[in-house]
Design a protein around this ligand. Structure first.
Ligand SMILES: [Zn+2]
Ligand SMILES: [Zn+2]
Length: 146
């Protein structure tokens, strides 16, 4: 188990959250496979180790972790929600062909919140940004298919 996982578990325990083996596995999966899985993908990955785990268990745990601000739920239209372990603010590049979602960091966009607040009078507390295109693998595939 990585130190980040251990630290996160200690933080949750300090808040009085019970860490069941399933809850720990879900948290560990989210932290160590930073690929923005859906609840279903988490279930698929962990089901063989936990015969009594259901998709509902995964959802309940994700809901709790979301409430505790440990994970973010990313919703994209009609597609299944993806879950992201909350690190620092980051943005997503999404492949229009295979759905791969990659994090990137770009400082300075906090200014947009300030600008938006003064332009609209809103009290802004978050923002998100996605850019869309083709990932390197899909670009290569497209190139060889020609
Ligand atoms: Zn792709
Ligand atoms: Zn992310």
């Amino acid at each position: 188990m990585s130190t980040i996982v251990q630290q996160e578990i200690l933080k949750l325990q300090a808040k009085g959250i019970r860490i069941t083996p399933q809850r720990q596995a879900i948290l560990q999966f989210l932290i160590e496979n930073h690929r923005h899985p859906t609840a279903d993908e988490i279930y698929q990955a962990l089901a063989e180790n936990f015969s009594n785990m259901s998709v509902a268990t995964v959802y309940n745990n994700l809901r709790l972790l979301k409430k505790l601000n440990v994970v973010k739920e990313l919703t994209y239209g009609d597609h299944a929600s993806r879950f992201d372990y909350v690190t620092s603010d980051h943005y997503h590049a999404i492949c229009k062909n295979c759905g791969l979602m990659v994090d990137f960091y770009y400082p300075g966009l906090e200014d947009v919140q300030q600008a938006a607040a003064s332009l609209t009078g809103f009290a802004i507390d978050e923002h998100r940004l996605e850019v869309y295109g083709l990932c390197p693998d899909c670009q290569k595939k497209m190139a060889t298919e020609k």
